[in-house]
Design a protein around this ligand. Structure first.
Ligand code: DON
Length: 321
């Protein structure tokens, strides 16, 4: 009975939200002017800073959305949560956390600063670039194609869409310009945390970051995390509960990099951002959120996307704290 009342409450909210969501998007659009599209990866610089879209995916299949939902987003750092889940499923926690830590850094996503102060030079967490590169190295397979295919198959299952693919232009653009990530790799290779060929790893990592989808598909991935790894459509446990829990915890503590503390206080939803302007949110046991807004704040998070989540969290009291 309690479950049924709770379920009805969630559904009522969905019906109300359909109209209200548009209002929230309208309100959040106001801060777009203060943001800037990322251009350190040249292909990302082509995005329209005025775009803003949101989708909310409920476990019963219902989906509501507003804004420019037809736009496609490359996952960028959002992919770090997915590669982490895959690698944890493949290798288990002991092996993975032997190579990457569990602590927030308070530094920007591409910072090299803390690596030098750590002994061993293990990256502090899997959400910063240094940690994500170590995780990507652990994706199993004989060559880059096979490893990319394994990650893509997993993402196709999470989105329930077998057409999810890679934006080759974005992958190439990052591969050709990503000297800072190469520097992180070489530093970690010196310390034997990374062992494989740096160019091979960069090839795989830039393909991973260039996996492309719209915000409805992003919301569906968020919903699977919200449901602790269970796909309510197929009844299949796509991600073991414990691994989904670990991923969501990283989303709370490190998902927004050096904005994670403020994000937890103001919004309180496990979420992961990417420099393409995407944000994937997972409201535990309720729904998944997919946002696209390429104008970023100074910390590399979608400026209107963050505002939208703040408005959503306030309006519907979504904070888990
Ligand atoms: O490695 C990079 O710099 C990008 N492919 C991803 C960084 C990113 O998305 C940071 N998120 N806000």
């Amino acid at each position: 009975q309690t479950t049924r009342i709770y379920y009805e409450m969630v559904m009522n909210m969905a019906c109300r939200t359909k109209k209200e969501l548009k209002e929230l998007v309208k309100e959040a659009r106001k801060c777009i002017a203060h943001g800037k599209v990322a251009d350190y990866i040249p292909a990302l610089g082509k995005a329209n800073p005025k775009d803003l879209a949101i989708a909310i995916q409920y476990p019963d299949g219902k989906c509501i959305s507003a804004g420019d939902i037809e736009r496609k987003i490359t996952l960028q750092s959002i992919s770090k949560v997915i590669s982490l889940a895959l690698v944890l499923m493949d290798r288990g926690t002991d092996e993975v956390f032997g190579k990457v830590g569990m602590e927030p850094t308070g530094d920007p996503f591409n910072s090299i600063a803390k690596l030098e102060t750590m002994t061993p030079a293990k990256p502090l967490n899997p959400m910063i670039n240094a940690g994500a590169l170590v995780v990507t190295q652990m994706i199993r397979g004989d060559h880059v194609e096979e490893r990319t295919h394994r990650l893509l198959s997993f993402i196709r299952e999470l989105t329930n869409n077998s057409f999810i693919g890679i934006n080759e232009e974005a992958a190439r653009s990052e591969f050709e310009t990503s000297q800072l990530n190469r520097a992180l790799c070489y530093f970690l290779k010196h310390h034997k945390i990374i062992e494989e060929d740096v160019e091979t790893l960069m090839d795989l990592y830039t393909r991973q970051c260039a996996i492309e989808m719209n915000c409805l598909e992003l919301a569906r991935m968020g919903m699977i995390f919200a449901m602790n790894g269970l796909d309510p459509d197929s009844g299949k446990q796509i991600i073991p509960e414990n691994i989904a829990r670990i991923c969501k915890t990283f989303m709370v503590t490190c998902g927004m990099y050096n904005a994670s503390g403020e994000f937890a206080i103001k919004i309180g939803i496990p979420a992961k951002s990417g420099v393409s302007g995407g944000i994937m949110g997972a409201v535990p046991q309720k729904f998944g959120i997919g946002i696209f807004g390429p104008a970023l704040d100074q910390k590399g998070n979608s400026i209107a996307g963050m505002k939208l989540l703040e408005l959503l969290s306030e309006t519907y009291q979504l904070s888990m704290f």
